[in-house]
Design a binder for this molecule. Structure first.
Ligand code: SF4
Length: 205
């Protein structure tokens, strides 16, 4: 069976020495979406114009914003959206843990599994049957096929929060977290302050 190639195992784009020199003193920040809906990444963008001054202190490395697929320089901070639901998620999360000083679970899916973890109360085979064979949206008369191919990452039997796979350093709850919460944590870490998320940004009642 052909081994599935995780995205971070793909050939790296060579680092541009001139660009690296121009970064002087800035820290690298990486982000990735695992099993989530990208809503937390959109919340990051909701920092709006506050992102611009941050860019004098931060270089955004691997992320969906830069479309960089592999971490090639040590990152100070890694933001993780989504939980772990397949083998690629496991490999990617380990890659981030190995290459980031601080790793942060962003949002309910990363913190405790979130909506995708609702499948944990069922057997995986029953979920696949419901999705691909007995689905109310299945085309009548069409042959039902459960996708299976060496290039498709194998699904894990359960959906796991990130901290059950690797050590996570901080947790930002919410679905998605407020952009102010992400900004506060990022600012604290950039300035070397203890992370202090005020209750006003950290309660949902
Ligand atoms: Fe989407 Fe909510 Fe999960 Fe974030 S926590 S990835 S917004 S479902």
């Amino acid at each position: 069976m052909t081994k599935h190639i995780a995205s971070h195992e793909m050939p790296a784009t060579p680092t541009d020495p001139a660009l690296s020199a121009a970064r002087g003193g800035k820290i690298n920040v990486a982000m990735i979406g695992l099993c989530g809906c990208w809503g937390c990444t959109l919340s990051f963008l909701d920092m709006d114009e506050r992102i611009l001054p941050l860019l004098t202190k931060v270089t955004i490395h691997r992320s969906s914003l830069t479309d960089i697929k592999r971490i090639t320089e040590r990152c100070a901070i890694g933001f993780i959206e989504g939980g772990v639901a397949n083998e690629d998620n496991i490999e990617t999360l380990h890659h981030f843990r190995d290459n980031c000083d601080i790793l942060i679970s962003v949002g309910a899916c990363a913190v405790w599994g979130g909506v995708p973890a609702m499948r944990n109360v069922f057997e995986l085979k029953d979920c696949l049957l419901e999705a691909y064979v007995n689905s109310p949206t299945a085309v009548p008369g069409a042959e039902a096929v459960v996708p299976s191919h060496p290039d498709i990452p194998r699904i894990t039997t359960k959906v796991y929060p990130c901290h059950e796979v690797v050590k996570m350093d901080y947790f930002i709850p919410g679905c998605p977290p407020d952009a102010d919460a992400i900004f506060t944590v990022l600012e604290d870490l950039i300035h070397g302050r203890p992370v202090a998320l005020p209750r006003s940004l950290n309660h949902y009642d």
